[in-house]
Design a protein around this ligand. Sequence first.
Ligand code: CAA
Ligand code: FAD
Length: 385
Amino acid sequence: TPPLNSLDVYTEEETMLREAVQRFATDVVGPKVREMDENEQMDPAIIKGLFEQGLMGIETSAEHGGAESSFTSAIIVIEELAKIDPSVSVLCDVHNTLVNTIFRKYGTKEQQDKWLPQLAESKLGSFCLSEPASGSDAFALQTRAKKDGDSWIINGSKMWITNSYEAEIFLIFANIDPSKGYKGITCFVATKDMGIQIAKKEQKLGIRASSTCTLNFDDLKIPAENIIGGEGKGYKIAIEILNEGRIGIAAQMLGLAQGAFNKAVPYTYSRSQFGQPVGTFQGMAFQIAQAAVEIESARLLTYNAARRKEEGKSFTKEAAMAKYWSSVVAQRVSGQAIEWAGGVGFTRETGIEKFWRDSKIGAIYEGTSNIQLQTIAKFIQKEYS
Ligand code: CAA
Ligand code: FAD
């Protein structure tokens, strides 16, 4: 068995969690990975299993039915799931680091009492910010909300929404006063039965078991008490949560790189050509060593950002660096892993090519690589001028 990793900064509880998630991922998720990828469908039994394992309320308080664990624990869970299936990993990531965190950080006591237990026990959440005309320029969103007595009426459309095919709870960002620009953006919580329509389910290159849909809101009526964090506070909520969420995507990409490495490297020692294991030719061995260094660098960036966040230190630049770099490493290592396994790596049977297909998304969602570089560059400019 390859070592878990060489970064030895985890508490006993975090190590036990990592081992438990590894077992769940290997035994429960593992056998379904290929079928789910080919069918482009998440198995409902896996979502149920994540809830039963207590992995859908990782930081949520025990009072609200959660595991009351650390942010680093959430990162560990995301990493471990991604080693086996990055689709299951992102489902768990969005639900925990985006949806649960918004309620924990910005919800009133009543909102937390109402929503957090459902999210920890059985109902999947999604985070609805992007739209057809606003991706990187997220604050230019066109979805509008108008007050109507004790309710808000939402009209508009969201695109690319992870988990939305299976979700029951939706956090929707809509502008209540476009004359204020992005300072009109407000965060609402809605449930599926209020009338959210799925307009399209995407067919994708990678993370195919993770659902990604366009949603239409046609006079969607939401009670006034379903505003989270106050009127006009939505843009700050969205970006503050994304700053944290990006550490989650860094962990997903880190796990993915390690997962591809774990599959391909043992093969190179079992496959012989010219009378010796192919992994022992210097041309191969050095590539493998270099990939191990790259994975380790992604791990250090990711867990450094996680610990800084946990300790209340500034972490936005570090999170952007971790997401940017882990996405680069995930693409490089998973691409090389295919080559290390030769023709076998190119077939669907080994699952190595799937990691490579899945790796592309790291440079796109939760802020593209250019958006991460822009964030890092802004910090550098501030620090040096
Ligand atoms: N942290 C905190 N605040 C930030 C910030 C950051 N990283 N970036 C910008 N802000 C604040 C600014 O301080 C400013 O607020 P004030 O006026 O109160 O000071 C406000 O945001 C606007 O700032 P800018 O004019 O500089 O920002 P912009 O409009 O040019 O772009 C942005 C801001 C939309 C956040 C952009 O930088 C960005 O991150 N785009 C990517 C959007 C994104 O990540 N979407 C992800 C969707 S969810 C998802 O993808 C989930 C999934 O797949 C799994
Ligand atoms: P665009 O913003 O149009 O970018 C196109 C290209 O232009 C990119 O290369 C980008 O880097 C570049 N670019 C744009 N602006 C700049 C700039 N200022 N400087 C330099 N280069 C720039 N969104 C949600 O709200 N919730 C979700 O759950 C969610 N899940 C997703 C799942 C998947 C599978 C996908 C594909 C997307 C998901 N998204 C989600 C949306 C995702 O966050 C956006 O796709 C992403 O932010 C990029 O927006 P865009 O696709 O509109 O690309």
